[in-house]
Design a protein around this ligand. Structure first.
Ligand code: BES
Ligand code: MN
Ligand code: ZN
Length: 442
């Protein structure tokens, strides 16, 4: 799909009219030359503009329109935002799932989008963001027999090559030397070797980097605390934290932003096996703290805690981890907001604001000491679960025990990273939120 700025309309393009008499988001398609879309009684904001853009793309595809010409007048002072939002939304709408060994399904009709006004830079940055989201969705949609920890490591290395990034992949033996007993307790029941991936982009000299840590469980069977069979296929998405930090890295690198960014991905597969961890096992994390594994299905925190300790070596400005960590966050917030928890209120606020601007919102949950007490264990410094109550919060409390040395926030994306049902697939969230947060730091 191509996006352009051009003052005048050319033959063959369908003119879009923002129609104040038509109900919001309703389309009236007159003939081949004009498509009206309703904006009656609606405030123009990030959300409504995105909705309009998606409706326009879908309508164009439905009516086989190849080129749309979008006016600037109706969006008033939102011109550049509109170009950015519409470009990203329409490019994202064009994403297609790569089916293994099958030809791609037919191309969408809409090929050209022409904006009457705006800056080329808005198109470029929107496409960089859309490319980041497409990477995240591609990795998330891939089956776990293809997208293994090794595959994630290879993807990071490919990105490094394309954008001249620094990539390092630690193997099981390296992690063992570093004392990552918690991370390795998750991968040991799987035939797939674990990988600890770090990828750095240097756009701002010697400044301290923003560090993003993404949960990369390429399949979460639950381990010995095996999950029920129904819907277990969806646990291939348990690497969407990893996929989204790689997606954000791709967007930032393509935008050539003046920041330093490092992403860290602990990548493992969680399987039951004769040599898998068992409930009651006690392991020692890289931090020296010991953990009683009460449930092998609470594996995300077990890999993240060692990755979060490892992250210190980058002397981070802030650390943000991103993880499909708990089913409880879906119960609490559904699929609209991801959960955010932090040891620093300014950081939480910045992420929430970035989420609003990027149409990729987050909602804060508390992190009081009372919740942390639920992690007490008779046999180790802590258990890896806190019981039925406030599962999203106790998971974050667990992580917070490993993040005392820096400003830290945690995004629980179990609800927002994908959609279930007929349109099952990865969403590319929270790449927009992360990228906006990084943009705001410049
Ligand atoms: N990967 C899951 C969380 C999850 C659930 C993500 C549903 C997406 C959809 C995570 O590893 C997990 O299994 N968490 C457990 C924690 C429990 C054992 C304390 C959960 O949420 O049930
Ligand atoms: Mn699990
Ligand atoms: Zn998991």
């Amino acid at each position: 799909m191509k996006f352009k700025i051009n003052k005048s309309i050319t033959k063959g393009q369908t003119k879009v009219v923002f129609d104040k008499t038509l109900k919001f988001n309703k389309v009236a398609f007159k003939d081949g030359h004009q498509l009206n879309i309703g904006i009656k009684d609606q405030e123009i904001n990030e959300k409504t503009l995105q909705k309009l853009a998606i409706t326009l793309a879908q309508t164009a595809n439905q009516f086989n329109l190849e080129s749309l010409f979008l006016p600037a007048t109706a969006v008033e002072f939102w011109v550049d935002e509109f170009v950015h939002i519409a470009t990203c939304a329409m490019a994202n709408n064009d994403y297609q799932i790569q089916k293994i060994d099958l030809e791609p399904t037919e191309k969408n009709a809409l090929q050209n989008v022409i904006f009457e006004a705006g800056k080329q830079g808005s198109i470029d940055s929107a496409l960089a963001l859309a490319n980041g989201m497409a990477l995240t969705r591609t990795l998330g949609d891939m089956p776990s027999n293809v997208c293994t920890p090794s595959y994630l490591a290879q993807s990071a290395q490919d990105l490094a090559k394309e954008f001249s990034l620094n990539c390092e992949v630690l193997e099981e033996a390296d992690m063992s030397t570093l004392g990552m007993g918690s991370l390795l307790s998750v991968s040991k029941g799987s035939i797939e070797p674990p990988k600890l991936i770090s990828l750095s982009y240097q756009g701002n000299g010697k400044a301290k980097p923003i560090v993003l840590v993404g949960k990369g469980v390429t399949f979460d069977s639950g381990g010995i605390s095996l999950k029920p069979g129904a819907g277990m296929d969806e646990m291939k998405y348990d690497m969407c934290g990893a996929a989204s930090v790689l997606g954000a890295m791709r967007a930032v690198a393509e935008m050539k932003l003046k920041v330093n960014l490092t992403v860290v991905v602990p990548a493992v597969e969680n399987m039951p096996a004769h040599n898998a961890s068992k409930p009651g096992d006690v392991v020692k994390s890289m931090s020296g703290q010991t953990i009683e594994i009460l449930n092998t299905d609470a594996e995300g925190r077990l890999i993240l805690c060692d990755a979060l300790t490892y992250a210190k070596k980058f002397d981070p400005k802030v650390v943000i981890d991103v993880a499909t960590l708990t089913g409880a966050v879906i119960i609490a917030l559904g699929k609209h907001h991801c959960g955010v928890m932090a040891n620093d209120q300014d950081l939480a606020n910045d992420l929430i604001e970035a989420g609003k601007r990027a149409n990729d919102t987050a909602w804060q949950l508390p992190l009081d000491d009372e919740y942390d007490e639920l992690l007490k264990s008779n046999f180790a410094d802590m258990g890896n679960i806190g019981g039925r109550e406030a599962g999203t919060v106790t998971a974050a409390c667990f992580l917070s025990r490993f993040t005392k040395d820096y400003r830290w926030a945690h995004l629980d994306i179990a609800g927002t990273a994908w959609v279930s049902g007929a349109k099952k697939g990865a969403t590319g969230r929270p790449v927009p939120l992360l990228t906006q947060y990084i943009l705001d730091q410049i």
